[in-house]
Design a protein around this ligand. Structure first.
Ligand SMILES: *[C@@H]1O[C@H](CO)[C@@H](O)[C@H](O)[C@H]1NC(C)=O
Ligand SMILES: *[C@@H]1O[C@H](CO)[C@@H](O)[C@H](O)[C@H]1NC(C)=O
Ligand SMILES: *[C@@H]1O[C@H](CO)[C@@H](O)[C@H](O)[C@H]1NC(C)=O
Ligand SMILES: *[C@@H]1O[C@H](CO)[C@@H](O)[C@H](O)[C@H]1NC(C)=O
Length: 469
């Protein structure tokens, strides 16, 4: 499908803005027309539920560091509060804690969208959104190599459900909500009969596990109680440990698997949007259990990591050069060196920049164009389909930075710094680059008293620094 004239006009406007960090966003309006929502009746939900069959494609495409990634998203808790939770601490002893992993804005929905599409397009609300088919997602990247994917959404009433919510029918409480279901927001999945049947419920998770047919890219959303949204960190901590404890003992689940357990956003909006993020699973070497990593990451890192792991092209948006996660970033086969100098002191990520799905800063008829000429962290360039859909060029934003725009500081995040990612060109060079990281200082009580070990491994040379706090 070719872009409409409107989009083409948008892309041309976008080109005029390219490369200038301090350029303002296009003019915007402070309101937008109401969205039309999908809100089927209970009867029709139940009728569809009786006929639609969930789909569970499988694949075995080997990655450099992992063969399966499982993302689990909890809700609205500040880093420090999550770090104090005893069940989260229990899990942290079995994995790596990322101490500078950032959500990208508030509220929930734009963060979920960002994690699959490489941008949130100005979204500043949880209302019904349906992204047009010229907006690609990680699914389009995975499918270039037939890598299977699936979402597991607790209490979604049936596979592929596109409605706003499905509440607890006995109590009326919030249970399943669309705003926490990232892929269904995009027409490339939501309007595709085949693809949307891979958006399933928790029953299907346990069945796929039993049948040894879990997909290689997995996204898990617990319901509004279990994810802390309508409850507390105490409830969410208990749920997360209970959900994972058996899986961490399951050989089939663990083998070659990276689990990324995180939060969509912080609880407060005046604090930095830093979210407690844990890496678990069979690919985390025991030597890294209980350690912390203070490199800057964001929700976009989950896309760049998947691409670098499986040699996939990029979406050409904020995913392009987002720092990639360990243990891939430490893996001998990895050629990409993360930006280490990202200055996070002034980054808040607590406000959305303007865009075409913004409520308060609505850029009518203007969509940001992707960068279609970048190489990106995987070295594979940008997806062919994206290139065909959009103009060839550097895109609307500085999408090749290691950190995204921060709406609080405005376009270009003039207070940010950190372009210094690089490629490892040869082993000689790698040996010279080996360095011991300075001690990671984590103030949170959770990490205190731990023996923190940082294993820094580049190429074939490993230097281990054991630091005692
Ligand atoms: C993906 O699967 C399709 C259908 O089975 C096949 O035609 C295609 O060659 C596969 N592509 C890759 C890259 O494996
Ligand atoms: C969706 O939420 C609204 C508001 O709580 C509720 O009235 C409605 O019954 C819910 N819909 C479904 C299908 O559960
Ligand atoms: C959320 O799911 C749990 C089971 O995992 C259930 O006990 C709880 O009642 C659900 N919440 C709501 C509001 O239905
Ligand atoms: C973002 O955080 C800054 C610093 O705490 C604060 O001044 C600002 O009001 C916050 N913005 C929003 C929208 O909460």
């Amino acid at each position: 499908m070719k872009p409409s004239l409107v989009l083409l006009a948008g892309a041309i406007t976008a080109h005029a803005l390219t490369g200038t960090a301090t350029q303002p966003y296009p003019t915007y309006e402070n309101t937008r027309p109401p969205f039309s929502t999908i809100q089927p009746s209970l009867a029709s939900i139940h009728a569809v539920a009786a006929t639609i069959a969930p789909s569970s494609p499988t694949s075995h495409v080997e990655g450099k560091s992992f063969n399966r990634i499982v993302q689990i998203w909890l809700e609205n808790v500040d880093f420090s509060r999550a770090a104090r939770n005893p069940n989260i601490q229990w899990l942290a002893q079995r994995g790596i804690t990322l101490t500078n992993y950032f959500a990208v804005t508030h509220p929930s929905q734009p963060n979920y969208a960002a994690a699959v599409a490489g941008d949130y397009f100005g979204m500043d609300h949880d209302e019904f959104v349906s992204f047009p088919s010229n907006i690609f997602t990680v699914v389009d990247l995975l499918e270039t190599r037939n890598i299977s994917w699936g979402e597991y959404q607790e209490h979604i009433p049936h596979a592929g459900f596109r409605g706003m919510n499905y509440s607890n029918q006995a109590t009326g409480e919030n249970d399943y909500v669309r705003k926490h279901n990232p892929l269904i927001l995009f027409d490339r999945v939501g309007e595709d009969e085949e693809r949307r049947r891979q958006v399933k419920g928790f029953e299907e998770f346990w069945e796929d596990l039993r049948e040894r047919r879990l997909p290689q890219w997995v996204f898990v959303t617990p319901n509004m109680t279990n994810n802390a949204h309508d409850s507390s960190m105490k409830v969410a901590g208990k749920w997360t440990r209970e959900w994972l404890e058996g899986l961490l003992e399951d050989e089939y689940f663990m083998e070659g698997t990276l689990v990324v357990a995180t939060f969509d956003e912080s609880g407060g909006s005046k604090v930095q949007n830093r979210v407690f993020t844990l890496l678990l699973g069979g690919v985390i070497p025991r030597s890294l259990w209980g350690t912390t990593d203070d490199v800057f990451y964001s929700h976009y890192s989950t896309i760049s990591t998947v691409c670098a792991n499986w040699d996939l092209p990029s979406l050409g948006r904020w995913d392009c050069h987002a720092n990639i996660l360990p243990p891939l970033s430490l893996h001998a086969a990895n050629r990409y060196r993360n930006a280490k100098d990202v200055e996070i002191e002034n980054m808040y990520y607590n406000l959305s920049y303007p865009g075409p799905v913004s409520q308060k800063k609505y850029t009518k008829d203007w969509w940001p164009a992707p960068n279609t000429v970048a190489t990106c962290a995987s070295g594979m360039g940008v997806l062919e389909g994206v290139k065909q859909m959009w103009d060839i060029g550097e895109g609307s934003y500085e999408y090749t930075r290691a950190y995204p725009d921060d709406g609080f500081y405005g376009h270009g995040n003039i207070h940010g710094k950190g372009h210094e990612y690089a490629w490892k060109d040869g082993e000689e060079e790698i040996e010279e680059e080996v360095e011991v990281l300075p001690p990671v200082v984590v103030s949170e009580a959770a990490i205190n008293g731990f023996r923190s070990q940082v294993l820094w491994c580049l190429g074939y040379v490993a230097v281990t620094a054991v630091l005692f706090f």
